[in-house]
Design a protein around this ligand. Structure first.
Ligand SMILES: Nc1nc2c(c(=O)[nH]1)N[C@H]1C(S)=C(S)[C@@H](COP(=O)(O)OP(=O)(O)OC[C@H]3O[C@@H](n4cnc5c(=O)[nH]c(N)nc54)[C@H](O)[C@@H]3O)O[C@H]1N2
Ligand SMILES: Nc1nc2c(c(=O)[nH]1)N[C@H]1C(S)=C(S)[C@@H](COP(=O)(O)OP(=O)(O)OC[C@H]3O[C@@H](n4cnc5c(=O)[nH]c(N)nc54)[C@H](O)[C@@H]3O)O[C@H]1N2
Ligand code: SF4
Ligand SMILES: [Mo]
Length: 762
């Protein structure tokens, strides 16, 4: 089962480790960003490209989904180090053409590391690998679409899977789901299934809308900001600017994390003189170094304390909520022993957090993957909502829920109908607009799609972006599942592992990136995206495309649909490709909140979608009110000699795209096969810093998974916890280990043991 360390990667002993940094960004951040640009693009292209990021009339940063400030407050350089790196990766001058594929067999590529694969550059031509062949070779676009059509026609539609990653524009996403449903399936898994699905499920159930309820202005004007299970210094760097502004306005910031993440503790804003020269702003006032998976217990505990102290907004609870009595009764029986065991926090710290909540009129809780990828994630997020409801912090300026999304358009893709469990009103609207009957049975999400491919029930897999094999859990199982497919199709900008771990027949369809000019028969096109705060705006690529052979995602989906379904009177695929305004016109008639779409994206900064809880304290839930919920507090059992492993991102990666082998803020240089463990646990385990170990995960059915050759780094994480990087550690996450209610892989709680393979070093 063991997956060997890929060829060409440094050995664990070659990694250099220094003390973690206390502050984030500042000048080193900008310099690193520019260096990334220069090495991939050269000087002129770097200047031209970076000046267009996040500007009105430019393109939306393909980095994360953090919103841009309103146009009046934008800086000329409205991007961060990691935005610059994301852009540089896409605008690189390196190319992967037919010669490259002639030189490298698929087996050769499968043995390479993700870093090496990503560094090869942009894909330039459609490529195919037929059954039994060892190389990809060029294929024309029409032949490629015809080949897919042959595989899809004559199959039951539910035997095909249509995955989406979160960079896809609204326009392409809308067409893609329309195509899948017109073909006859709701098998539309997406990266959300592995990401914020737990947030969507919990928020839909409790407040009626599965999206965040705050705007950037709310962040700036909050009294109390709680940042839980999130590392914004690396993953949403410009969020630090917003936190800094909130802080200047008097906000208190509480960080809840097993790791002392650099950006949360101190921030040097590169856009202010003090940020450039000084030590920066201390950001978090309180740091709660919680145990992995302790958050449900923490929020139950503060909920209980708030009720005990009478710190409840009675009027809000009476007028707008449901279920308070049951909630409060449940918390009256709270077992503090369990709270201590789950959180590992001193009681005074929990009390002080409750004091801060009680004293705040405007509280926002922000979170990301530290909360969503556990068995009890949905319950944990429901518990956060409970606490916010107690204080009436929904639908009040400066207050609310803020799940910080990952991919730049992952929220928009969902809004456009990329969802395996579409709601009836959406399907009804689709049916009315396009005159066909969309399938009503729910489709497969990511985990169920892997099961279906593994078991031979779904032999066709297509991906609009992403890197499925590297992003999904249980690497060996997922790889075998994809290899069992008759056909895999990857629509991609850059080479990645999913091109090498493929079906019998495999297609690579190269596409335009966000930064590139998109010219169709009617002229230059813009696309639209939605950020983490429901703001929809236009994005216009400015760079010359990486190759003349590229098609836009919209063109690929339109032409594929015509090849598979033929021209149909209700759906003018060719017109969609010719002029994207025709797509937006259809979207405006199917999806609520998009009236006058075209006019409103012409406004600088775009427009914000309606959000009933935020806008009017109305809650479209089953009870018509915001729901308090009762959640079971179970302490995750960590057997003796075992640790609970979370898998996270380094500062030098974008998900499965590895920018480099360093993790600057955590003091790591030159390698990624690292496991962070606290000095206390290392002493108990008798393992020294610098030792090489295999990570072995233990699943409840008795099965084990192994990731070999990791360097142990003694690090100030919470006790009984460990951390290793995604995707190297994905092999350890069992496919069947998923969150209750959202089926998200539990990438942040995996029980492991360390098996030393080398004597200690120090
Ligand atoms: N540069 C860069 N930017 C990115 C990405 C990237 O890879 N690189 N990815 C994008 C995507 S798709 C996403 S979803 C986001 C991800 O953004 P994050 O969620 O910030 O990403 P992770 O690295 O997974 O970090 C998880 C954080 O949660 C903490 N944590 C882990 N387990 C627990 C827990 O049980 N409780 C608490 N309280 N904390 C915990 C970890 O210590 C870590 O700080 O970033 C987006 N932005
Ligand atoms: N163990 C563990 N696993 C995880 C996570 C974790 O924290 N731990 N995080 C999960 C999360 S939050 C997420 S979101 C998923 C990410 O899963 P994915 O979204 O599937 O993975 P990415 O690495 O973001 O995809 C990168 C690839 O997308 C392609 N690409 C980039 N831009 C474009 C574009 O504009 N168009 C097209 N068509 N293709 C493009 C490139 O070819 C690139 O190689 O991984 C999940 N997996
Ligand atoms: S915070 Fe996110 S969206 Fe903004 S510039 Fe940085 S990577 Fe891009
Ligand atoms: Mo994500």
């Amino acid at each position: 089962m063991a997956r060997k360390a890929p060829r060409g990667e440094p050995r664990p002993s070659q990694v250099r480790v220094t003390a973690p940094k206390e502050s984030a960004a500042g000048i080193p951040g900008v310099v690193h960003g520019l260096r990334a640009g220069l090495s991939q693009m050269g000087a002129t292209r770097t200047a031209l490209t970076l000046s267009q990021v996040n500007q009105v009339g430019g393109f939306d940063c393909p980095g994360c989904a953090w919103p841009e400030p309103d146009p009046a407050h934008r800086h000329t350089a409205e991007f961060c180090e990691n935005g610059a790196k994301a852009v540089a990766e896409e605008a690189t001058l390196r190319r992967v053409g037919p010669e490259f594929f002639a030189e490298h067999t698929v087996e050769d590529l499968a043995g390479r590391g993700d870093y090496w694969l990503g560094q090869q550059g942009r894909l330039t031509e459609p490529m195919v690998k037929h059954p039994g062949e060892h190389h990809y070779h060029p294929i024309g676009w029409d032949a490629a679409f015809a080949l897919i059509a042959t595989h899809l026609r004559g199959r039951k539609p539910d035997e095909a899977i249509f995955y989406t990653s979160g960079r896809t524009s609204n326009e392409a996403a809308f067409l893609y789901q329309l195509f899948a449903r017109a073909y006859g399936t709701n098998n539309l898994p997406d990266c959300s299934n592995m990401c914020h699905e737990s947030s969507g499920v919990a928020l839909t159930e409790t407040i009626g809308v599965g999206k965040g309820s705050v705007t950037l202005d709310d962040i700036h004007t909050a009294d109390l900001l709680v940042v839980v299970g999130q590392n914004p210094g690396t993953n949403h760097p410009r969020m630090l600017t917003a936190l800094e502004r909130a802080k200047r306005n008097g906000a208190r910031i509480v960080a809840v994390n097993p790791l002392p993440e650099a950006g949360l503790l101190r921030f040097k804003n590169p856009q202010t003189p003090s940020g450039i020269a000084g030590r920066g702003t201390p950001l978090a006032d309180d740091f709660l170094q919680i145990r992995v998976n302790g958050d449900l217990a923490l929020f139950q505990a503060v909920g209980a304390l708030l009720i005990q102290r009478g710190a409840v907004d009675r009027e809000f609870v009476e007028d707008h909520t449901h279920g308070f009595a049951e909630y409060s009764e449940h918390l009256a029986g709270l077992d503090w022993g369990k709270v201590d065991a789950a959180t590992g926090l001193p009681r005074e710290q929990v009390e002080a957090f409750a004091d801060a909540l009680a004293g705040s009129k405007r509280t926002i809780v922000c979170w990301a993957m530290g909360l969503t990828q556990h068995r009890n994630s949905v319950a944990t997020i429901r518990e956060i909502v409970n606490v916010l409801l107690l204080g009436g912090h929904i639908g009040r300026p400066g207050a609310g829920v803020c799940p910080v999304r990952g991919h730049s358009n992952v929220q928009g893709d969902r809004t456009m109908g990329i969802y395996e469990k579409p709601k009836a009103p959406f399907l009804d609207a689709l049916s009315a607009e396009f005159g066909f009957s969309p399938p009503r049975d729910p489709g497969l999400d990511v985990v169920d799609a892997i099961r279906a491919m593994r078991d031979g029930r779904a032999p066709v897999f297509m991906a609009l972006g992403g890197n499925f094999v590297a992003a999904a859990p249980d690497t060996e199982v997922t790889a075998a599942a994809l290899r069992r497919c008759a056909l895999t199709v990857q629509v991609s900008t850059k080479l990645n592992r999913s091109h090498a771990i493929c079906g019998e027949t495999a297609l690579i369809l190269p596409t335009l990136g966000r930064t590139e000019r998109d010219v169709q028969a009617s002229g230059e096109q813009v696309v639209t995206v939605e950020d983490s705060m429901s703001n929809v705006h236009a994005s216009r690529g400015r760079l010359t495309p990486a190759s003349d052979h590229l098609l836009s995602e919209v063109a690929i989906v339109s032409r594929l649909a015509r090849a598979v379904l033929g021209d149909s009177p209700g759906i003018e695929w060719a017109a969609f490709e010719r002029d994207y305004r025709t797509i937006r016109d259809r979207i405006s008639r199917v999806i609520p909140g998009f009236d006058s779409y075209e006019q409103r994206i012409a406004e600088p900064g775009g427009f914000t979608l309606p959000h009933p809880p935020r806008d009017s304290r109305s809650f479209p839930t089953a009870t018509g009110r915001a729901n308090f919920t009762v959640n079971d507090l179970r302490v995750l059992r960590i057997p003796r000699g075992r640790l609970i492993l979370q898998t996270l991102r380094s500062h030098d990666q974008y998900n499965t795209t590895i920018y480099g082998l360093d993790d600057r803020y955590r003091g790591i240089k030159g390698g990624r096969r690292i496991v962070f463990v606290s000095p206390g646990d290392l002493a108990i385990l008798g393992i020294a810093d610098g030792a090489t170990v295999d990570l072995v995960s233990e699943w409840e059915d008795g099965s084990e998974r192994r990731a070999p050759g990791f360097r142990v780094v003694s690090y100030p994480t919470a006790s009984r916890c460990a951390a290793a990087y995604f995707p190297e550690a994905n092999a350890l996450v069992p496919l069947d280990s998923t969150a209750e209610g959202s089926n998200t892989p539990t990438s942040k709680s995996v029980i492991i043991r360390l098996e030393p393979t080398s004597p200690e070093v120090r």
